[in-house]
Design a protein around this ligand. Structure first.
Ligand code: ADP
Length: 579
């Protein structure tokens, strides 16, 4: 081994001190070549060679230089090797095959798991590094290429929902879906092991549909469709005499006189279609039907019949993801059947029904309509009579509804709900202007303190104003293909919703006045005239712009004959001139 000579001057850094050489032939590596030269690094070799030269020898200086270069190269080499190692690891990761994911069905033996993956079961070993007690039945399990369990991904969060039909003594569940999956037996996940379950509850299954994972929270959430029916005697639907009568004939008669219909072998419809412009009382008529029918049934049979009114908005169902729209419709009917069994009289009210039951070429092209219409027809064909449930469809584009829906034996009664006439409008105002409301003292005095006369005056003035054919009452300009211009006045665009809105606005103004005025005050004609102007400007029944397509939905014109429809800019009229 080399030993440092104390009497030597300081060496160049890194260069070993000269070895005490015996005098003799010139130094050579030869004696050690055979032995371990191959195992030395370049740096060690340089150091070894350096020892053979005396201090001050120019060779030593050259070797010192060589040593520094070799040292630099080794550092570079080291960095390059690390970079290659990193790349290597990345390539290994990128080219590694994906792990399979299965569902854990059970742990039949220590270190063995029963897994289902892609419909096939596997009896797999478990990586000893995994804690077996932490593997839960129903969780997603990670498998390597040899189908060894190498990880646990927890419970999945999605999956089909099914209803529990029956509970087996061994804990398994018989589940099924209305009109969908056939009944199957499933096991409980570790989460549901001790849960108290009962038939009728909805549960989520794993994607292989072998394990019940959880009770779907708020399975009763379908009640969100349930809408309260207020007290609504027929008199509260104003100005719709014909529609009212048609609804009563179509729904009330067959239900209340079922025996007679049977005796005459007369088929009754399964439901009705109410069509007409928005805000004219289609929903109101639907609810009034439910209210009056159940009341009369109660009176007739002495049984405590209650309505169960489900209000569905067509576009909301349509906007659901593929498959979900169908599920919702199926469930709607299932719910109605369930409620009928519980003694309710169920009503299914579908607003804007053309969006889901439209002619099959219209609307979405994704094929959804193709499945919804036949499905709806099949559900309807399954209903025996109105006794089971009443279906009410509402639309302002009746022409767009698939004719299959409107065939005899299905919804074959089409009832038009038109805009109220002047007389009809008076009736509706009368419904909303309650005789007990505070009235303007001046008006009352003019009417000889006769409240009814004062109310009549208000209604007469406001309706006259609304239906006036004067130029300042023009609301919509219609340009016809023939080049002719026609004007629709506000009265021709009236609806029950607008009238209700005008009354509410007038009340608001009177309330504000009452708050700030020390004198007694009440509803005046001016309040109504002002409210009329604002209501026509702000009611969201009317499209916010002049897109002809949107306005066409609100008028009775044949689209073929109309070139343009544009709202007339309102001109402010001094209410006092009218009063
Ligand atoms: P549609 O279903 O035809 O769009 P709605 O029945 O929802 O219209 O009417 C909206 C509101 O307008 C109702 O809640 C009611 O306050 C009022 N309304 C509409 N038509 C009438 C009517 N004929 N009689 C009384 N109120 C009406």
């Amino acid at each position: 081994m080399a030993r440092k000579n104390k009497s030597q001057p300081a060496e160049e850094p890194g260069i070993p001190a000269q070895v005490n050489q015996p005098q003799g032939p010139s130094p050579s590596l030869e004696p050690i070549l055979d032995e371990s030269l191959d195992s030395l690094s370049a740096l060690q070799l340089v150091d070894l060679l350096t020892q053979f030269y005396p201090h001050g020898s120019p060779r030593r200086t050259e070797l010192g230089y060589l040593r520094r270069r070799v040292e630099e190269l080794e550092v570079l080499n080291d960095q390059a090797r690390q970079a290659v190692e990193k790349l290597d690891a990345a390539v290994t990761k990128l080219t590694a095959p994906a792990n399979r994911v299965g569902t854990l069905l059970g742990l039949p033996k220590p270190e063995i798991a029963l897994i289902i993956n892609g419909g096939t079961e596997f009896y797999c070993s478990i990586d000893p590094r995994l804690s077996q007690s932490k593997l839960l039945v129903g969780t997603r399990i990670l498998l390597n290429e040899a189908y060894v369990v190498i990880g646990d991904l927890g419970f999945e969060t999605g999956g089909p929902v099914a209803k529990i039909q029956d509970l087996l003594p061994d804990g398994r569940l018989r589940v099924g879906q209305e009109g969908g999956m056939a009944n199957t037996l499933v096991i409980r996940s570790a989460n549901l092991g001790k849960e108290k379950l009962k038939p009728g509850l909805e549960i989520r299954l794993d994607s292989s549909q072998r394990v019940a994972l959880e009770v779907v929270a708020g399975a009763q959430s379908r009640d969100h469709l349930l809408e309260a029916v207020p007290e609504l005697p027929w008199e509260k639907v104003g100005g719709q005499d014909e529609a009212r009568q048609a609804v009563r004939d179509a729904v009330e008669l067959p239900l209340l006189h079922n025996d007679l219909f049977k005796a005459y072998n007369h088929t009754s419809p399964k439901g009705i279609l109410l069509y007409g412009p928005p805000g004219c009382g289609k929903t109101l008529l639907g609810k009034a039907t439910a209210y009056n029918l159940t009341r009369q049934l109660r009176e007739k049979t002495g049984v405590d019949h209650r309505e169960y009114f489900m209000h569905v908005k067509g576009p909301e169902i349509l906007n659901m993801w593929v498959g979900e729209s169908e599920r919702q419709v199926r469930e709607l009917f299932a719910r109605a059947r369930e409620k009928a069994k519980e003694g309710f009289l169920p009503f299914i009210f579908i607003d804007e029904c053309e969006s889901i039951l439209g002619v099959r070429r219209a609307g979405r092209t994704s094929g959804i309509l193709n499945t919804l219409v036949p499905m709806f027809c099949a559900e309807m064909d399954g209903i025996e009579s109105l006794q089971q449930m009443v279906i009410i469809l509402a639309s302002n584009r009746a022409d767009m509804i698939d004719p299959a829906i409107l065939r005899p034996g299905r919804i074959d009664r089409k009832i038009k709900v038109s805009r109220p006439t002047k007389k009809g409008s008076e009736e509706i105002y009368r419904i909303y202007i309650n005789p007990n409301l505070p009235l303007d003292p001046v008006l009352l005095k003019e009417c000889g303190d006769d409240r009814q006369k004062a109310i009549d005056t208000i209604i007469e003035k406001i309706v006259d104003r609304q239906f006036s054919q004067r130029e300042d009452n023009r609301f919509l300009e219609v340009t016809l293909r023939s080049g002719r211009h026609e004007y629709l006045h506000r009265g021709e665009m009236v609806s029950g919703a607008i009238i209700a809105g005008i009354v509410e606005r007038a009340k608001e103004t009177a309330i504000k006045r009452a708050i700030s005025s020390p004198e007694p005050t009440g509803l005046s004609v001016k309040d109504f005239i002002d409210a009329l102007d604002v209501e026509y400007k702000q009611n969201d029944i009317f499209p916010p712009n002049d897109i002809t397509e949107d306005w066409l939905k609100l008028v009775d014109y044949d689209p073929e004959n109309v070139v343009k429809l544009s709202p007339v800019k309102p001109r402010r009229v001094d209410a006092s001139a009218i009063i």
